[in-house]
Design a protein around this ligand. Sequence first.
Ligand code: DAH
Length: 344
Amino acid sequence: MQERLEEIKQNTLSQLATASDLEQVKELRVKVLGKKGEITQVLRGMGSLSAEERPRVGQLANRLRQEVEAAIETKEKELEKQAMQQRLQEEKVDVTLPGVPRPLGAIHPLTAVIEQVEDIFIGMGFAVAEGPEVEQDYYNFEALNVPKDHPARDMQDTFYLTEDLLLRTQTSPVQIRTMRKKEGHVPIRIICPGTVYRRDDDDATHSHQFMQIEGLVVDRGVSMTELKGTLLAFVKQMFGEEQSIRLRPSYFPFTEPSVEVDIRCMKCNGGGCRICKETGWIEILGAGMVHPHVLRSSGYDEKRYTGFAFGIGVERVAMLKYGVDDIRHFYTNDLQFLRQFRSV
Ligand code: DAH
């Protein structure tokens, strides 16, 4: 019996020596020390031993069990350490490897212009408003003093979706939506950037889709002087302190009087060139005093309140500011063009 126990120990130790993973060691533990393990099997036979032999064999079996147990534990620790070493090795990061460069994106020039214009007007106390691109005929035309069959409808060739729904041709309908929301309260001081659509053939200066920034101020005693001062402050911040503006009489159905506003041509500095058609000036926006009809139809008493409005051409401003000569560049997603604006 003693020999059998010795044999079990030797077998176990030699198997342990060659074991290469934790699973094997676990199996070995069950096989030797488990409830139905080899040592237990041997001890079952103790009954056949003499009274003197029994305690001796019992002691021996216990010692052996402890030795085997210790050997197994040592092996387990060793294997665990090995596994950890291996994981550390496998998961090692080589910090000296060169990185994978990710190309840097750029803010689209139209977005950049809109953000700058917003900052300037927010600085003058304006809030930013929004309106839908699919608009009702009422907001896009009728409430803006352009009834059906009015000749002014020809100024803006329109994409109609139904008889009553269209793609807005201008951001001016947001004027009406804002006044209705304010329900006769003043002051109103908003700008609204957005996309507009017209049935134009695309060329270097026309696009069937483009962007405008609408402005509206309504309060007591709002005057043309304030309109001019506001626009001059905007132009100086946008294009430089030395810039000046020129107001020319014009016509828009929703303003009276109406003006078109020019800035000095930045190419020739006012001397006259191809870009400004030798005039020294370039138009960037339309504006005027809000027509009394428009105030009244939107719930404002035109005898108590006055207002001014303007509509800035975003592409126009971007073309002047960044020296872009074809409006189509803004919409064709040419990376060579767009990458130039990384620093803007
Ligand atoms: N909506 C006009 C257009 O698209 C631009 C404009 C002119 C807007 C005068 C205004 C304004 O608010 O007062 O041609």
